[in-house]
Design a protein around this ligand. Structure first.
Ligand code: ACM
Ligand code: ZN
Length: 767
């Protein structure tokens, strides 16, 4: 039976049986991640101080966890009788699987391992009122609906990452983060410990890593693309002592979470090089980086560096029982290697073709060392460059190409493509969102992620171990902000990696998110709540334009105004698209019967002559930056001044594009305007010039060139073209064609040098 059907049945039974009990009863089970099967049985178990818990050493972690949870969570005291039983069941196939059976007089947890039982406990935890989370459940007893759940994960690797290099967070916070992973049945914490901006793990043999590499002099203020760069002038940093690391690892072990440390090499090493300049190619004294990006000071391939790295890793492996050590491998510019005698010698001596093969040599050598210590390596997908180290697992972040290549080579893969797994991207287009790195990754997109790339054959797909959400913290200086970016997207990721496809249902999921948010409140975890946010869209039908509103949760009512007045419960109820014939300001919000739930939605439609026309573009926008489709360029709505990942900008990667606008009829026009985005840190460059061609009412064609007003350090580059020809002043046109060349290859010295640039274009305004 599908999950949904069972829930319907459950509501019915609850209705019937609620009248049987006067006690405080649990609500409809709303578990995240959705379990495989859930059957509601008749009756309730009364949890009170007569209930006991019993388990043997096979279930030490899960049993201890549950006992402590119940005791800390409420005033209910537990006896030693065995009403809550843990049973070893070897017939359960998946070592992480479990069965949870709540009967009127017992709770029976069956699993093959302690880990499986631990996940049964997390499910049980979600069946209890959120007040258990902070000990504020003050009733003397609780009726728990009888229920049978059988469950097991889809993927064996279920992870969350956290970058503590860019910003650092307290030990307590790291523990709380691990707690959240465990609650969502995730089993891996990828701890990104070293960066250009700070080295965060104590290495006893190299004290300057603590004294120098752990601190930067100051930090960039605002967004990287705000020019000129400004800094806060405040020293920032710190590191985790080995004692703290051990405590965190032990804490994670007690929650069946594996901590995988990442020690970045050969790139993202500027902090280490600032402490020990010899580790670089130039020997130059550099500072710990104070802004974000990719830096040229990477480890040199000389013997001395390997000695250092092996010493560091030798200390690291003693701290982390994990089978894997992450060695980074991403974003290592080869500039310094090209001009370094020692690196060039290495290339010659080892018979390597180029610097890419030197990267492979570097990674393979480190892999050998770690293999000799009984560890395996994981690296970002750049480790495919110049050949893959023999036993490496690839973490695919630059799309899925690396994953496909690695799986075909029979290497294990973990999926973290930026498109679905980068939780540092914006999660809403609301202009009030706190500054983020860029991009757009809403909850639904994470939810719909399928870790198995469609290109892989069934046998090759077994190399996909799972997926992970990444939290890069350039723009997350506080713990609150990390939580805001992590939740609720971590919920979605947990369901991506745990739940079976047939149990995935987005409308049902967001209702569970709404419910789960109460638990986050009690846990004092900050989260983004876009469930009541409104989305708007201009639509055209039979040459008429309308504005359509929608919100995430289908059972909510939207109210709106179009005259600029504030929206409230007396405003119009939205029931059909709003006709648009002129400049219009729409204000809308979701209300329940008493109050506004989400933030207020504002949209200004600047009506112009191309609104509702036909637009075609000869290339498809990149799927991550497809805005509102080509029509979004003539919908009367301007994109954000600072966020190219919103619903209005269109992004194209490395392509020349041709845009054709066909007006409904020949009309008199005076000017055409648009703007391009410059975000050079994100590889986005405005073109220098645009070609325009338009067809006049007499059938003649006019072509012209438009210079882009592209000023150094300005994010926005405009064009504003006036239609004039020597012969005619009142120009009537039916068709306008814009040819927009791509900027080309990103020049040396810039981020993404050698790669193709992106083109981002906004509303095309015709007057
Ligand atoms: C990465 O985001 N540089 C792995
Ligand atoms: Zn070198």
């Amino acid at each position: 039976m599908s999950f949904k059907k069972i829930v319907v049945l459950f509501v019915f039974i609850t209705f019937l049986s609620n009248c049987k009990t006067e006690d405080y009863a649990t609500e409809i089970p709303q578990i995240i991640p959705a379990p495989n099967t859930l059957t509601i049985n008749e009756g309730y178990l009364l949890l009170d101080s007569t209930i006991g818990i019993a388990y043997d050493d096979n279930f030490k972690i899960s049993g201890d966890f549950l006992r402590k949870y119940l005791q800390k969570g409420s005033t209910i005291e537990l006896t030693d009788s065995n009403d809550i039983q843990f049973k070893l069941d070897d017939t359960i196939e998946n070592p992480e699987g479990y069965q949870l059976d709540i009967q009127p007089s017992a709770i029976i947890i069956k699993a093959k391992t302690d880990q499986g039982a631990f996940y049964a406990v997390q499910t049980l935890r979600q069946l209890l009122p959120p007040e258990f989370e902070n000990g504020s459940f003050s009733e003397e007893n609780l009726s728990i609906q009888c229920i049978t759940i059988t469950d097991a994960p889809e993927f064996q690797y279920r992870g969350m990452h956290l970058d503590v290099g860019r910003h650092m967070f307290s030990v307590d916070f790291i523990k709380q983060y691990i707690d959240a992973l465990a609650l969502l049945k995730m089993n891996t914490f990828h701890w990104h410990l070293t960066e250009d901006q700070g080295w965060r793990i104590e290495i006893k043999k190299y004290p300057k890593l603590q004294d120098i590499a752990a601190y930067r002099n100051e930090t960039l203020i605002g967004h990287y693309s705000d020019q000129p760069h400004q800094f806060d002038g405040k020293r920032y940093g710190g590191f985790y002592t080995q004692e703290e690391v051990k405590a965190i690892v032990a804490y994670a072990q007690a929650r069946h979470v594996t901590v995988i440390p990442e020690i970045e090499l050969p790139g993202h090493a500027q902090a280490a090089i600032s402490a020990y300049p010899n580790l670089g190619c130039t020997g130059e004294q550099v500072n710990v980086a104070t802004k974000w990006g990719v830096f040229e000071h990477i480890y040199c391939s000389k013997e001395e560096t390997f000695e250092f790295l092996e010493d560091v890793l030798d200390e690291v492996v003693t701290l982390f029982p994990s089978e894997y050590i992450h060695i980074g491998g991403d974003e290592a510019p080869k500039t310094n290697w090209k001009t370094c005698d020692q690196c060039q010698n290495r290339i010659k001596e080892e018979g390597l073709k180029d610097e890419h093969e030197l990267q492979n040599y570097f990674i393979t050598r480190i892999e050998k060392h770690l293999n000799s210590k009984g560890k395996k390596i994981i690296g970002w997908d750049e480790i495919l460059e110049g050949g893959l180290a023999p036993n490496a697992t690839v973490m695919s972040w630059r799309g899925t190409k690396g994953a496909i290549e690695a799986a075909k080579q029979k290497h294990n893969v973990i999926m973290t493509p930026t498109s679905h797994c980068y939780f540092d991207y914006y999660q809403s287009t609301n202009p009030n969102e706190p500054t983020a790195i860029g991009g757009f990754l809403p909850l639904e997109k994470v939810y719909n992620f399928n870790p198995i790339p469609s290109e892989l054959s069934v046998p090759a797909s077994k190399y996909i171990l799972g997926a992970q959400g990444n939290i890069w913290t350039e723009y997350m200086p506080t713990e609150d902000q990390v939580e805001y970016m992590a939740f609720p997207r971590m919920f979605a990721m947990s369901e991506v990696v745990w739940s079976q496809n047939e149990n995935k249902d987005y409308p049902d999921f967001i209702k569970r998110v709404e419910h789960f948010n109460k638990r986050l409140d009690v846990l004092d975890i900050n989260y983004a709540n876009h469930l009541y946010e409104i989305e708007g869209k201009l639509i055209s039908k039979n040459n008429k334009n309308y504005y359509q509103l929608s919100t995430t949760l289908a059972d909510k009512i939207i109210y709106y105004t179009t005259d600029g007045s504030p929206v409230n419960l007396l405003s119009s109820v939205y029931d059909k698209p709003i006709p648009i014939k002129e400049n219009t300001k729409i204000i809308a919000a979701v209300f329940d019967t008493e109050k506004r739930l989400g933030s207020v939605f504002y949209e200004t439609i600047n009506y112009h002559k191309a609104v509702g026309a036909t637009i075609t573009i000869n290339k498809t926008a990149h799927k991550s930056y497809s805005g509102s489709g080509p029509e979004g360029l003539i919908n009367g709505i301007l994109g954000s001044d600072s966020r190219y990942g919103d619903h209005q900008w269109l992004g194209f990667w490395g392509e020349d594009i041709e845009i054709t606008i066909d007006l409904v009829e020949e009309i008199e026009v005076k000017s055409i305007e648009t703007r391009f985005y410059n975000g050079n840190g994100q590889w986005i460059y405005a073109p220098n010039e645009v070609d325009i061609e338009f067809i006049l009412d007499d059938g003649s064609r006019v072509t012209d060139k438009i210079k882009v007003e592209n000023q150094e350090n300005k994010t926005l580059a405009n064009i504003n073209y006036k239609f004039v020809t020597p012969k005619k002043l009142d120009i009537k046109v039916k068709t306008i064609i814009l040819n927009i060349p791509n900027y080309g290859i990103i020049p040396d010295g810039k981020q993404g040098a050698g790669q193709k640039a992106w083109t981002f274009i906004d509303e095309i305004i015709l007057n």
